[in-house]
Design a protein around this ligand. Structure first.
Ligand code: SIN
Length: 335
């Protein structure tokens, strides 16, 4: 009798499905290889699971967006209804993997493991890392040690909660970190080790309603500060009148005076500002950020600008006000 679990591997493109004309060049095109072909290159996979594959997108993840991730989330939820599927592995470009994993964690309710993975080297590169990452992701997705953890990211042998996954290196194999905290586990050979760090997000599936309609999420822009903020940039903000804006400020959330003046000015009323930081490991709390006299200005806690923009968009779609949004951001600060 076949007692192996069945996993569905969903391809969405990225370097993991990339192909180049030379095994040694850094040049390749993302999303060229069909998921079934990727999976065929993973020796040992057949020992641990029955595998179904499908390819949802075939592009670099720089071309994916909350709209694409909603399509992905809906597909996972739909397939989740199938009692013959036990878990999901999603192959994804690493460039927006941290947003995809955060988004999926917030909108998916499925109790079945969802594990995202990618690769730093294309499928045709010398020492491609995709096959090992897919194997590790499948081991994690089918491990009895992984229960109700929400969306996970598995890269380079580390198991990271999706909400905490951040990409911290452009090219190295060790390109993902877990912040704050650390990886919740690792894979050695065919063994999954889970540490005691594992604290699933209390917001798993909190925005499931987003999957029930086709409205586009309110677009939340991100402004990354550099030393100095030109007055014409501040003026342009005033003209744009956004519903929400994330500012990747300095250090622990400081912003220059001209921007702080604008944010506290009555013309900005109604817009929710999230103050994050341009550093890779963000901590912005009321005590550390520039004091701004506007109750619509909220600290990002430990969320970087791109994760802050996802959470703010989902919150604005539900017409959440500053108080409720502030509670959501604090949840991550306390994780
Ligand atoms: C991408 O994100 O699609 C390209 C980069 C990568 O997958 O590592």
């Amino acid at each position: 009798m076949n007692t192996k679990p069945t996993i569905c591997i969903i391809g969405t493109g990225g370097t993991i499905a990339g192909a180049g004309t030379s095994a040694t060049s850094a040049n390749y095109e993302s999303g060229q290889v069909d998921t079934s072909k990727l999976v065929n290159a993973v020796s040992g996979l057949e020992k641990i699971a029955n595998v179904r594959t499908e390819t949802l997108f075939s592009t670099g993840s720089e071309n994916l967006s909350p709209k694409s991730w909603r399509i992905l989330a809906r597909r996972i939820e739909e397939l989740s209804e199938n009692p013959n599927i036990n878990a999901f592995v999603v192959t994804h470009g690493t460039d927006t993997l941290e947003e995809a994993s955060f988004f999926l964690d917030l909108v998916c309710k499925s109790k079945k493991p969802i594990v995202l993975t990618g690769a730093m080297r294309s499928s045709t590169a010398l020492s491609a890392d995709g096959p090992a990452n897919i194997f590790h992701a499948a081991l994690t997705a089918t491990s009895p040690k992984i229960k109700n953890q929400g969306v996970l990211v598995v890269m380079n042998g580390l198991i990271i909660q999706g909400v905490q996954a951040i990409k911290t290196d452009s090219v190295a194999l060790q390109s993902f970190s877990a912040y704050p905290g650390g990886p919740i586990g690792k894979i050695v050979g065919e063994e999954v080790f889970v540490t005691e760090n594992s604290r699933p997000s209390p917001l798993i599936g909190r925005f499931f309603n987003h999957l029930q309609h086709d409205r586009e999420l309110p677009f939340v822009d991100i402004i990354i500060l550099r030393g100095g903020c030109a007055d014409h940039q501040v003026k342009a903000l005033g003209n744009a009148k956004p519903k929400g804006l994330v500012i990747a400020g300095f250090g622990a959330g400081t912003v220059p005076n001209n921007l702080a003046d604008f944010i506290s000015h009555k013309e900005s009323n109604g817009c929710i500002f999230i103050i994050s930081s341009r550093v890779s490991k963000v901590t912005v709390i009321p005590e550390t950020m520039t004091k701004i006299n506007n109750s619509n200005v909220l600290p990002a806690g430990v969320l970087n600008a791109q994760k802050s923009a996802i959470l703010l968009s989902l919150g604005l779609e539900e017409n959440l006000k500053a108080d409720d949004l502030s509670k959501l951001f604090k949840i991550f600060a306390m994780q």
